[in-house]
Write a protein that binds this ligand. Structure first.
Ligand SMILES: [Zn+2]
Length: 386
């Protein structure tokens, strides 16, 4: 017997969260929130004739079954073949460890600056249906979930944080063929995504994001061009100081280098960014550049020194892995160990938390003071015309 959506969301959880399979009348049903279900369309044939059974979401039109995963629905298109595949998908197991994705820290330091600026640009309303397109572990969706009616995360790699599985509606999806109907989202987010894609994928990604936004809906993006800052000399001074410590073996930037290893930056200038938005039918509302004067000093010197100190304090601690082996070199491991150690001290509003909070505010000054001065890292707010 086909069991159409059995909606029994516990009152305490977010309206959009997925519900783990649980026994109802002696049978196991995977449950999907009605709010999330209403957004969906078949990514393979674009039909909206979908229904839900215990094994997943079914398309009446093309008969595809999209199974439930651990806290998400696998909504990858089944027939499309794409040329480009992100390394987060091809090297998922390896990246899993390096990204250290399971536990979420509060939005602090560079992530905190992004969180604050993007929140301000998007001006959430309690009724908003929100999509983080390329959500990674889902941290932005988690941070913004209390401000919106429904927080949705979409990513082809399923390295979702535990909290994201509880608070977000998560779709394993390809951004070139999103599993959502036209005009359903009020706000969308794109953080650290565009710099990874070749130009044709950027165009598809933005066109799909525009399609699922309602007219008047807005997308806020954070990415990087190849432009240099007028304040580059000051920024480079911090990097040189950082290099001085690297040369003396105090720390290294191995993890950063690996993270940036697949940056394509197919939009080399801000004009290219504008043009790409316009090709997708998105109108530019506002842009803020991030001249990383304070930020560079914090990231290249202060934090790295702190990490080196913390990681060396107790040497034998190796990060726990599911596979019993570790990937990445010593620098990566040291950083992961230090970050975990810091994270343990972050709750409940500890002195460490407030110290990092203060540093975050100092880093944010880079955007507030020099936001009009062009450079590589940028925040952009665009709108789908009404
Ligand atoms: Zn279909």
């Amino acid at each position: 017997m086909v069991e159409w959506l059995r909606f029994a969301p516990p009152a305490s959880s977010n309206a959009g969260a997925m519900f783990a399979p649980k026994p109802v009348d002696g049978l196991i049903y995977s449950m999907l929130s009605p709010a999330f279900y209403r957004l969906l369309q078949c990514p393979t044939c674009s039909s909206r004739d979908l229904y839900v059974e215990a094994d997943g979401v079914h398309c009446l039109c093309c008969q595809t079954v999209y199974p439930f995963g651990d806290g998400f629905v696998d909504l990858m298109p089944r027939t499309a073949a794409f040329g480009y595949v992100s390394k987060y998908v091809t090297e998922e197991a390896e990246m899993a460890e390096e990204l250290d994705y399971r536990d979420l820290a509060p939005p602090l330091l560079a992530a905190g600056v992004r969180e604050r600026i993007l929140r301000r640009l998007l001006r959430f309303r309690p009724s908003d249906i929100f999509l983080d397109n390329g959500c990674g572990n889902g941290r932005f969706g988690v941070w913004y979930a209390p401000a919106v009616a429904l927080s949705v995360g979409s990513d082809p790699a399923t390295l979702y944080a535990d909290e994201a599985k509880q608070l977000l509606a998560l779709a394993k999806a390809d951004a070139r063929r999103l599993p959502f109907a036209d005009d359903v989202f009020d706000k969308a987010l794109s953080v650290d995504v565009l710099e990874h894609f070749p130009l044709d994928v950027i165009d598809d990604y933005l066109r799909e994001t525009a399609r699922v936004l309602r007219p008047g809906g807005r997308l806020a993006a954070f990415s990087n061009t190849k432009e240099l800052s007028h304040l580059q000399a000051v920024i480079d001074a911090s990097k040189r100081l950082g290099q001085w410590f690297v040369n003396r073996g105090v720390y290294d930037f191995e993890r950063e280098a690996r993270r940036k290893s697949d940056h394509v930056k197919a939009l080399p200038t801000y004009e290219d960014v504008r043009a790409a938005m316009e090709r997708a039918g998105l109108r530019v509302i506002e842009v803020r550049f991030w001249n990383t004067v304070v930020t560079s000093f914090v990231e290249h010197v202060l934090m790295k020194l702190g990490e080196a100190l913390l990681a060396h304090k107790r040497r034998p601690a190796q990060p726990h892995t599911d596979h019993g082996e570790t990937h990445g070199g010593e620098g990566t491991q040291r950083e992961i160990v230090a970050r975990r150690r810091i994270r343990k001290q972050l709750s409940p509003r500890s002195p460490v938390y407030w110290g990092l909070y203060l540093l975050t505010s100092l880093m944010e000054l880079d955007v507030i003071l020099w936001g009009r001065l062009r450079t590589g890292p940028y925040f952009i707010l665009v709108e789908k015309p009404r």
